[in-house]
Design a binder for this molecule. Structure first.
Ligand code: ZN
Length: 299
């Protein structure tokens, strides 16, 4: 989706179209002398002011804070239609106008222009205020910026495809039919329930069937899934299935041992407790000897 930056002129023209539509819909022959407009937060608010300016040629226009007091609703753009549906269901019969219909481009309004990171910095700044801190004090001045770049790094896994990472396996392992185990691969992730860190190690084993993977790939594979919001159980499954899909090995075994700060630093305060999860596939699951060997090695 490409971005299209709207100019003030585009807004004026769109607002003029909406005002004209409101005027033409008025069949009161001059009975109606004014309208109360409600701008849908947040983008609908500047949109409503733009429409009000055009509409003031014909009517006395008031902006209202409470949608229940509105006669006309204004939004900036119809995205999915869920917003307009919500208002039209809550206030049936009251017209809902948008400056712009749905657009294949990503429209950037003049009130949205600027460094996107600058507006994103509102998020950590509001958090600092919420916990009772003063975001303007010396030590915190660059914290919102640092917070965002840290979170960008914590979540790079969303942009990475584990399938592409595992594409370059090595052939010529026909003779290898022994269990391969990589132990103690570090994990640093965040739980999706609290956005709190959890960390620990992964042990990954597989029994090749013609395809083997360079050892460095295991750490990278773990990272692809760790650098997302996670639950430990799902991450264990994801690692195992990604390997299984890429290598079609005879068996896969993945064990994760992690400490969760959301359980240690808060809540139940289970200090030092580590959570173990596992996912076994193929021969490592079904073959008693292979399974026993895997269990012995990861212990
Ligand atoms: Zn948590």
């Amino acid at each position: 989706m490409s971005k299209r930056h709207l100019k003030q002129r585009d807004i004026e023209e769109a607002a003029s179209r909406v005002a004209r539509a409101i005027y033409e819909a008025d069949e009161s022959e001059g009975e109606v002398s004014g309208y109360r407009l409600y701008g849908v937060p947040r983008g609908g608010i500047p949109a409503a002011y733009a429409v009000a300016r055009e509409l003031s040629t014909w009517y006395h226009v008031t902006m209202v804070d409470d949608p229940a007091h509105a006669e006309i609703f204004i939004d900036d753009i119809v995205d999915s239609g869920t917003t307009s549906d919500r208002y039209m269901n809550a206030y049936p019969g009251k017209p809902f106008y948008s400056l712009f219909p749905p657009d294949p481009d990503w429209l950037v309004f003049p009130w949205e222009v600027g460094d996107t990171d600058a507006s994103a910095e509102d998020i950590p700044t509001r958090l600092l205020q919420w916990i009772g801190e003063d975001p303007t004090r010396e030590g915190l001045r660059d914290t919102p910026h640092r917070f965002l770049s840290a979170w960008a790094e914590y979540t790079t896994g969303y942009k990475q495809d584990p399938g592409a990472l595992l594409k370059t396996f090595e052939d010529g392992a026909e003779k290898v039919d022994e269990l391969v185990l990589v132990r103690d691969i570090p994990i640093y992730s965040h739980c999706e329930h609290h956005l709190a860190p959890f960390f620990g190690v992964a042990h990954i084993a597989y029994i090749p069937d013609g395809k083997v993977l360079g050892l460095s790939k295991f750490a990278r594979l773990v990272d692809v899934f760790a650098k997302r919001l996670q639950v430990q159980e799902r991450m264990t499954q994801q690692i195992a299935h990604a390997l299984n899909d890429a290598l079609a090995p005879r068996g896969v075994g993945v064990v994760l041992e992690c400490r969760h700060l959301c359980m240690e630093q808060r809540g139940v305060r289970a200090r030092g407790a580590s959570t173990t999860t596992s996912c076994l596939l193929g021969a490592i699951k079904n073959d008693a000897a292979a399974r026993a060997e895997f269990m012995r090695l990861v212990r």
